[in-house]
Design a binder for this molecule. Structure first.
Ligand SMILES: Cc1cc2nc3c(=O)[nH]c(=O)nc-3n(C[C@H](O)[C@H](O)[C@H](O)COP(=O)(O)OP(=O)(O)OC[C@H]3O[C@@H](n4cnc5c(N)ncnc54)[C@H](O)[C@@H]3O)c2cc1C
Length: 447
C-alpha cells in the first residue's frame, strides 16, 4: 500500500509537491496556516511577481502544468539598466531565445492549489497552523516511529495527524524545522542582510500597455542600493527597492513624504513620473527583511523531510529561491521514478542536496553586488560581452555561470566552482591589451 503523506505549508513548493505526489497516487493531506486564497484572494491583493527560470519550468513540466502557467508568464530577455540620467543599457541574459519569466506569485500558487485539489487523493486544510511535530510519540512500523504533527485551527481547536511521511514546506520560519532544531546534532544558521526591501508599483498605461520595456527586468543600480521592476500581465510592474536599514542612504532616513520624494528624485529620476502611488505604496507597504537560512540535516527518522525555504531560504538576487524549491521536487520525483524506496531517497537527498543549497545561497549573495553595483561598471559589461562570445565560440567548453544557474540543470555546487574558475580566466583575459583578440587563442584560454 502507498504511504500516507502529510505536507505542512501550501505555498509554492508545498502545493507543487502535493500535486506531484497526488499524481503518483499517494494519499496526501496538506495543512496551510493561511485561509484558502481561492476564497480570500492573494495576500494584500497586490500583484507580486517572481522570476521563473529553467529549473522551475522543469518541475512544472513533470507535474503536467507547464502550459497552464506559460499563459501568463512574461519573458524577460535581459536586464535593462537605468542610469542617473535615465539612459538605458540592455544586457541580454543568455543566447538568442533564452529568457527568464515574470510570473505572479499569487496566480502561480492558486493554479497549483487548484490542480492539486482537483485530484481525489489530495485534500487541503486551510486555517490550520502547525505548532510542532512530535517524532517520538507516533506508532511504529518497520521504518521506525511515524511523525505526528499538531495543528491549531482558527477557532482554537487542536488536531493531531500521524502519517507515514511528513514534508515540511512551511517556509523560512518553518514550524517543522523548529521541531527538528530541538533534536541533538541539528545545525542551524540564520543570517540577515543589512538591507531590507519595499514593494512599490508602476501602473499600466491608459490603454493597458506597459509604460517601460515589457520584456526586461529593469534595474536602477546605485552601488549600495538599487531599485528593480518586473512586468505583470496586466501592464503594471512590481517595483522593489532594496536599501540598508541604517546609514546615510537608508530606510531610517526615509520617514517623511518629503524625504522619500527627494530620495527618489535624486536617485531614480526617470522612475518617479511612472509611480503616481509612490507615497502611498512607500508608507503603506511593510519593509521586508532578507535572510539566508542554512541547516542540516534536512531529515528526521527517515520519514520527515524539509524542502523549499524551510530547508534553504536565500536572498532573492539570483531569482532562484522558488526555482531551487521546485528543483527539490524534481530531484525527489526522479529518485522515485528510479524505483528507490522513501528511506533511501530521503537519506540521499538530505545528504547531498544541502551542498547545492549552500552554493546557490553564496551565489545569490554575490549577485546582489553584481546587480546593485557591477552592472554599471564598464569592465564588468565588457566581461559579460566576452562571456557571451566565448559561449558561442566554445559551447561545449564554456557556459557563463548565470546561464548555468538560470538555463541549465547543472548542480548549483558545480556553478559555484565554475564561478571561481571563470573569475580567474577573466582576470587573465581582461589584463590583455586587446581582450577580444585572445578569444581565438585556445592555448591562452585553456592551455
Ligand atoms: C522579495 C523577494 C523576491 C523573490 N524573488 C524570487 C524570484 O524572482 N525567483 C525565485 O525563484 N524566488 C524568489 N524569491 C524566493 C521565493 O519567494 C521563495 O523561495 C519561495 O516562496 C519558497 O517557497 P516555499 O513554498 O518553500 O515557501 P513559502 O512560499 O514561504 O510558503 C510557505 C507556506 O507555508 C505556510 N506556513 C508557514 N508556517 C506554517 C505553519 N506553521 N503551519 C502551516 N502552514 C504554514 C505559509 O503560509 C505559506 O503558504 C523571492 C523572495 C523574496 C522575499
Amino acid at each position: 500500500m502507498k504511504e500516507k503523506i502529510t505536507i505542512v505549508g501550501a505555498g509554492l513548493v508545498g502545493s507543487l509537491w502535493a500535486l506531484m505526489l497526488g499524481k503518483l497516487g499517494y494519499e496526501v493531506e496538506v495543512f496551510e496556516r493561511r485561509p484558502d486564497m481561492r476564497k480570500a484572494g492573494f495576500v494584500g491583493g497586490r500583484s507580486i511577481n517572481l522570476a521563473l527560470s529553467e529549473r522551475g519550468w522543469k518541475a512544472l513540466r513533470l507535474a503536467g502544468v507547464e502550459q497552464l502557467l506559460r499563459e501568463d508568464a512574461i519573458a524577460m530577455r535581459g536586464r535593462m539598466m537605468h542610469d542617473l540620467k535615465g539612459q538605458l543599457t540592455f544586457q541580454p541574459y543568455g543566447l538568442e531565445g533564452q529568457a527568464i519569466y515574470s510570473v505572479s506569485r499569487g496566480g502561480l500558487n492558486l493554479k497549483l492549489i487548484e490542480a492539486a485539489d482537483a485530484l481525489e487523493n489530495v485534500r487541503f486544510y486551510f486555517n490550520h497552523k502547525c505548532r510542532r511535530v512530535n517524532f517520538a510519540s507516533g506508532s511504529k512500523d518497520a521504518n521506525g516511529t511515524k511523525p505526528k504533527a499538531q495543528f491549531v485551527t482558527l477557532d482554537g481547536k487542536y488536531i493531531e495527524r500521524e502519517s507515514d511521511l511528513l514534508f515540511g514546506t512551511d517556509g523560512a520560519f518553518s514550524a517543522v524545522r523548529y521541531s527538528m532544531q530541538r533534536k541533538p546534532r541539528f545545525n542551524y544558521c540564520q543570517e540577515y542582510l543589512e538591507h531590507g526591501y519595499k514593494e512599490l508599483s508602476i501602473p499600466p498605461a491608459e490603454d493597458g500597455s506597459h509604460l517601460i520595456e515589457k520584456n526586461a527586468l529593469h534595474i536602477w543600480p546605485r552601488k549600495r542600493f538599487m531599485l528593480i521592476a518586473l512586468p505583470n500581465a496586466d501592464g503594471s510592474f512590481t517595483v522593489t527597492l532594496f536599501l540598508p536599514f541604517e546609514g546615510e542612504h537608508s530606510f531610517e532616513r526615509l520617514q517623511t513624504p518629503g524625504a522619500v520624494q527627494a530620495f527618489f528624485e535624486q536617485w531614480f529620476p526617470d522612475a518617479v513620473p511612472l509611480m503616481p502611488d509612490l507615497q502611498k505604496d512607500f508608507f503603506e507597504n511593510p519593509t521586508g527583511t532578507l535572510a539566508t537560512i542554512r541547516c542540516r540535516p534536512w531529515q528526521q527518522g527517515g520519514n520527515t523531510l524539509l524542502m523549499g525555504d524551510a530547508a534553504h531560504a536565500i536572498v532573492p538576487f539570483y531569482g532562484q529561491g522558488m526555482n531551487a524549491g521546485f528543483e527539490d521536487c524534481s530531484l525527489l520525483w526522479e529518485m522515485l521514478q528510479q524505483g528507490k524506496d522513501w528511506k533511501e531517497i530521503i537519506a540521499a537527498f538530505s545528504d547531498t542536496r544541502p551542498d547545492d543549497a549552500d552554493a546557490i545561497a553564496d551565489l545569490a549573495l554575490r549577485n546582489f553586488i553584481e546587480m546593485r553595483d557591477l552592472v554599471a561598471d564598464p569592465r564588468f559589461l565588457l566581461r559579460k560581452k566576452l562571456e557571451k562570445e566565448l559561449h558561442k565560440k566554445y559551447p561545449g567548453r564554456f557556459m557563463p555561470v548565470y546561464s548555468m544557474v538560470s538555463f541549465s540543470h547543472e548542480p548549483y555546487s558545480k556553478a559555484l566552482q565554475e564561478q571561481a574558475l571563470q573569475d580567474a580566466l577573466f582576470e587573465r583575459i581582461l589584463a590583455q591589451p586587446d581582450p577580444e583578440a585572445v578569444l581565438d587563442d585556445e592555448a591562452f584560454l585553456w592551455g
